[in-house]
Every structure is written in C-alpha cells, then in structure tokens.
Design a protein around this ligand. Structure first.
Ligand code: BGP
Length: 472
C-alpha cells in the first residue's frame, strides 16, 4: 500500500486513540470524586492494594488530563483523530457507587470534554467501566461477586445515557471484560485475595457483569435509540506450541476462556463448552430466568484490545511461563518481544480479526493496540522529541495486517491505538512504560513538568490518517 487510491480502509474509517480515566485524569479527589480501586493500587496489579491512598500513587495526578484536556484534545485533532476513546470515572459520577444522587461536578467535567471533542469534530467512544470500580463497592459488597452491583451499575449507566445519550453514539460496557478471570481486584473490584477466591464466586462475578452489560444494552436502546453498544474483549490468539493434538486442544481451551465472553454478548446465552467447564469444576451458578431473558439483549458491535499472542501446551499445568497482558501461556520461540517481554505478532491481529468476524458476524472495533516502550527524550533542531522508530514499526506492521484483514472481508469500524498520549501504565502503575504519540514529561518518581512533546510517531500517525492508510 502506498497511496490513497490503493488503500483498503473504508472512507468513513474511524482513526483515533484510546485512554482510560484512572490512567490519564489525575484530580483524584477533585470535583467531589470518590475513591476508586485505582486509588489504592500504587504499584500496579502485581501487589496487594493499600488500605488508603498513598502519595506514591502516580494516578493521583496521572498526566493531569483533568485540567489539560483541552490542550490534549487539540493535539489529537492536530493528528486528525476522527474518534477518541476515553472512559468515564464511575467514582466521579457516583463517589461511593451506591449514592442516591449523581455528583453534578463530575457530570459537568465530561460535558466539557465532550464540548471540546465536538469543537474539533472528534467522535467520542465511551467506556462506561474501565478498571475503576468505586472503592466503597469493593469494600462493602466485595465488588461484582455481589448481585447488588448490577443495580448500581445500571443506575450509573442510566445517568450517563440520560446526560450524554444525544452526544455519544459509541459505548463500551466493560473494558476487557474477560480480564476478571486474571485480575479480579482490578477488573472486578473483588476484594477477596486471589488465592482465596472460590471458582464459584469468580464465575458468579463474571455472570453479574455479563447480566449488567446486557441490562444497560437494553437500557441504552430505550433512552438513546441511536446508541451503538459494544462489548470489549482482551484478545490474545493462543497458538498450539506444537502440532500435537493435545497442544492444539490446550490452545483451543485457552481461547475459549476469552471467547466465552464474546459468545454470551453476541449469542445471548452461554455456549455449551462454558457450561461443561463450569460443571466439571463443580460450579453451579445462580442464574435466574430473568437473567436468561436479559442476556438476549445482544451487542451491536464487538471491540477488543490486541497487543500480543501467546503459545500454549498441554503440559504447562498452572505455570505461567511468559510475560504478557494478563492471559497466561508459554513463550512462542518464533516471535521477538517488546521491552517488557510482550511478544510482537502483527499477523496475530489479522488472525483475530478474521476469527472474530467469522465467529460473530458483528462489526469489529480495535480499541487498543500498541507497544509499551522506554522512550528517550532528545533535542532535534531545538525541539524536544522522541525518535520512536520502534513504535512506528510496530504500529505500521499491525496496520498493514489490518489492511489485509479488510481485504479478507472483515467489517471493521475503526482503530484507536492505546495510550495515544503517554499515561500511567495499568500493570506497572509507572510512567516509564509509554505508548503515546505525545510524550508527557513525568517520571516514575513523580517529578517532571507535565509538558507535552510530539514524538516522531506523531507525524507518522497524522500521515496515516490523512491518507486513510495509504501511506502504510
Ligand atoms: C489493557 C488495558 C489498558 C492498558 C493496556 C496496556 O489491558 O485495558 O488499561 O493499560 O492494557 O497495559 P500496560 O499499561 O500494563 O502496559
């Protein structure tokens, strides 16, 4: 692909970028915001949460989007963004999660963000819940283990649809909904230590989220008929390590644990393999007749994150042997890895796109993709920048595969690479794992001016958007 005439990207393709409130906003107590689970996770997912917020939590200020959103959205517009994916912080709207009334100051903040996007003609794509369950719902109810969370989430979503429903078309119910399996505290607000969490409680929490997702899908259709509701899945193709059928089967089973979430969202019921898995584990879920009816409210589109693939073998047992984005597996010896050991696999993205399209026949949306890297700020012609050729190479190679998938016939709405501006990393809770086209001057020890600088990839991406993928 070299010019606009030959691009396989459709005319109205939604190019943009993605972030999440807790990783970008800061202002963790501003405007009446309550505490979320992220405010007690200063060290990322690997360590236990703290009792109360601690000053070393970089998310308290993050990159100060709460105050600098206008400047940042202007930079996104400069790159030509058509869409911006961001999340609303649940605890800005309902500080305790179970409050009777929403917090007007929190609502007004997102009005201002939407005003700014509108000013630049950028379409919003809103994640309703992105790893930031209000802390009170975690401590008082044990997060999604409790059925009560469905009602609190419904009330929160209703508030959003009523307030923003006429301005926001695209909504995602839960970020990486399948991640609850691997990070129950971060993803499900579940307070029970992972080692003590019973399989039944874990799957019950998952069930509650699935019912909540379908509940608000139904609600959106009543309140905001133009809304398009999507589920969001952490996608990770799982390859058999060898052609041994046992390895092939192990890889298939590994994928099932992710695909189940899409199957329920798209087919409106649990697939047979999931029912069997639960039965074999002795889990009897509390599923009511009403739940079964609600689950039939299926999504309009399927969105997903894609960073890497993984390999699997029947002999792995419970041992996770390779670094990666939450989902376990073994190292694929054919692939190179990022600074953080995540396998780099552009063809895997084409595989996922084809697999999801064939399986679900629903429009797809790539809402996260990118490479976390250790960037070096340098000066070129008197301007500070980052020469991030590795990021350009990663994204270019992945987008070429997206182009191939489009030619395979896949229906894809858009592409929002992750952390389009540097943000606090979810897994490490640090700033040194950077994804952005825009460098933010903030260090892991909290020092830095918070100034923004365009990286080399900023111009590269602007070109990709301007040519609708023709420059790839
Ligand atoms: C996804 C999350 C994001 C983001 C991304 C990159 O799982 O949806 O919140 O953080 O992973 O992960 P990390 O920051 O750990 O590199």
């Amino acid at each position: 692909m070299s010019n606009t005439d030959t691009t396989p990207f459709p005319k109205n393709f939604l190019w943009g970028g993605a972030t999440a409130a807790n990783q970008i906003e800061g202002g963790y107590l501003d405007g009446g915001k309550g505490l979320s689970i992220q405010d007690v996770m200063p060290n990322g997912i690997a360590t236990a949460p703290t009792e109360a917020p601690t000053a070393d939590n970089l998310k308290q200020v993050a990159i100060d989007f709460y105050h600098r959103y206008a400047e940042d959205i202007a930079l996104f517009a400069e790159m030509g963004f058509k869409v911006y994916r961001f999340s609303i912080a649940w605890s800005r709207i309902f500080p305790n999660g179970d409050d009777a009334e929403p917090n007007e100051e929190g609502l007004a903040f997102y009005d201002r963000v939407l005003d700014e996007l509108e000013k630049h003609g950028i379409e919003p794509l809103v994640t309703i819940s992105h790893y930031e369950t209000p802390l009170n719902l975690t401590r008082t109810y044990d997060g999604w283990v409790s059925r009560d969370l469905i009602g609190f989430y419904e009330c929160y979503a209703r508030t959003l649809f009523e307030r923003y429903g006429s301005r926001v078309k695209y909504w995602l119910t839960f970020n990486e909904i399948n991640s609850v399996l691997h990070a129950p505290f971060m993803s499900g607000g579940i307070n029970t230590p992972k080692s003590e969490l019973s399989t039944k409680d874990l799957y019950q929490a998952i069930h509650h989220e699935l019912v909540a997702s379908a509940t608000v899908t139904k609600l959106a259709r009543e309140i905001a008929p133009d809304a398009q509701i999507g589920c969001m899945i952490l996608a990770m193709p799982t390859y058999p390590l060898t052609p041994d059928p046992d390895d092939v089967f192990a890889a298939m089973t590994g994928e099932h644990s992710n695909l189940m979430f899409g199957d329920v969202h798209v087919r409106g019921e649990y697939p047979g393999y999931a029912l069997r898995l639960l039965k074999e584990q002795g889990v009897e879920l509390d599923i009511t007749e009403e739940d079964r009816e609600i689950l039939k409210n299926t999504v309009d589109f399927v969105s997903f994150s894609y960073y890497m693939s993984v390999a699997e073998t029947a002999s792995r047992g419970n041992q996770q042997t390779t670094a990666g984005n939450l989902i376990p597996g073994v190292e694929n010896p054919t692939l190179k890895t990022s600074d953080w050991g995540w396998a780099i696999d552009p063809v895997g993205l084409r595989i996922v796109l084809n697999q999801f399209w064939e399986r679900w026949q629903k429009p797809l949306f790539i809402v996260e993709n990118g490479i976390g890297a250790k960037d070096q700020l340098v000066e070129v012609d008197g301007k500070k920048t980052v020469i991030d050729d590795y990021r350009i190479a990663y994204l270019n190679d992945h987008l070429v595969q997206v182009g191939e998938a489009l030619q395979d016939g896949v229906n894809l709405l858009g592409y929002t690479p992750w952390g389009c501006i540097d943000i606090v990393s979810a897994s490490t809770a640090q700033l040194s794992k950077r994804y952005g086209f825009i460098y933010v001057d903030r260090n892991d020890d909290g020092t830095g001016s918070l100034d923004r600088y365009r990286k080399k990839s900023f111009d590269w991406y602007a070109d990709v958007i301007r040519t609708n993928g023709g420059s790839l």
